[in-house]
Design a binder for this molecule. Structure first.
Ligand code: ATP
Ligand code: MG
Length: 307
């Protein structure tokens, strides 16, 4: 608590944690895939950390893609994040994770990542435009995101920034995990991974307060905590650990995540949904279910969710 009080005096307002990244665990090799010069930029889709994402069209075959362009003059931390994302994207091949068609590091040092285009946007934008998700839709969201998490976890990748804004959606309501900028590629199965990276609000108790919760740190379980909060946010329409509209600072979040009660679900939610959220939001990370265990939870096994 003394730590919290000390932090509170700093009056921090941090939607994201400007926290040190761990040293890169992989070599920053340049890309082997060359992106065609025949791409025409149609519009800006968004601005990320150090780069801009464009909707582009291949002038020959008229296919639409998303192109992330990162300028060479970005700071070294951002550049390391981008190279980490590149390294991970090159290893990934799953229908539940954003597909990367090519990566190139140009002679001027700019990096371009060509990705599949997700025409609806993110789960955050869907929440804003269409309102709270029903349990039935959430069951489908959980099924897709868990398949993505199960895939990356089995490839020893921890995402570390699971939240509605990092889940991309297309008009077939396919949901794909994106934004591997702060992800960690584990070299060994039990490699410790306790750096603060990612978005504070969705961090698990053991990432916020490693002294209390950090023994036997398990980054895979931290992704599951973030998934639980993400689904709850989509159900409730606001960040579930704080009252609607409250802008969290670091200390408020720390109190809510580490010392607060589990978020209370409305009485009318189904027992399956209540139980699923409990399996994700266990403060003791060793009690949280894994992605593959959650895939067989009754909430996810509902009709229509089978492959
Ligand atoms: P940060 O890098 O700081 O986490 P970010 O996640 O918003 O920020 P990007 O991953 O660069 O950064 O994406 C910026 C925005 O571009 C996203 O919020 C999303 O709206 C859009 N976007 C990114 N990738 C795609 C894609 N493949 N298809 C459609 N839109 C995309
Ligand atoms: Mg992001």
């Amino acid at each position: 608590m003394a730590l919290v009080q000390k932090r509170r005096q700093l009056s921090l307002h941090l939607p994201r944690c400007p926290l040190p990244l761990p040293p890169a665990t992989t070599t920053t090799t340049t890309a082997t895939t060359t992106i065609s010069n025949e791409l025409e930029k149609l519009q800006v889709l968004g601005h990320g950390n150090g780069g801009t994402v464009y909707k582009v069209q291949n002038k020959k075959n008229l296919k639409i893609y998303a192109l992330k362009h990162i300028h060479a003059n970005t700071d070294s931390t951002t550049r390391r994040q981008i190279l980490r994302e590149v390294e991970i994207l090159r290893r990934i091949d799953s229908p539940y994770v954003i597909n990367c068609h090519g990566i190139t590091e140009r002679q001027d040092g700019d990096i371009q990542i060509l990705m599949e285009y997700m025409d609806v946007g993110t789960l955050e934008t869907v929440l804003k435009t269409t309102g709270n998700f029903s349990e039935k839709v959430l069951s489908n969201v959980a099924f897709q995101v868990l398949n993505g998490l199960s895939y990356i976890h089995s490839n020893k990748i921890i995402h570390r920034d699971i939240k509605p804004a990092n889940m991309l959606v297309n008009s077939s309501f396919e949901i794909k995990i994106s934004d591997f900028g702060v992800s960690k590629l584990m070299c060994r199965t039990l490699d410790p991974c306790n750096s603060y990276v990612g978005t504070c609000a969705y961090m698990s108790p053991e990432r916020f307060d490693p002294d209390t919760y950090g023994r036997d740190y398990n980054g895979y379980a931290a992704d599951i905590w973030s998934l639980g909060l993400t689904l709850l946010e989509l159900y409730m329409g606001h960040f579930p650990l704080l009252p609607p509209g409250q802008r969290p600072d670091w200390a408020t979040l720390m109190c809510a995540i580490c010392f607060g009660d589990s978020p209370s679900l409305p009485e009318n939610v189904s027992e399956d949904f209540r139980s699923f959220i409990q399996c994700c939001l266990q403060k003791d990370s060793s009690k949280r279910w894994t992605a593959s265990e959650l895939l067989s939870h009754p909430f996810v096994m509902q009709t229509g969710n089978k492959l």
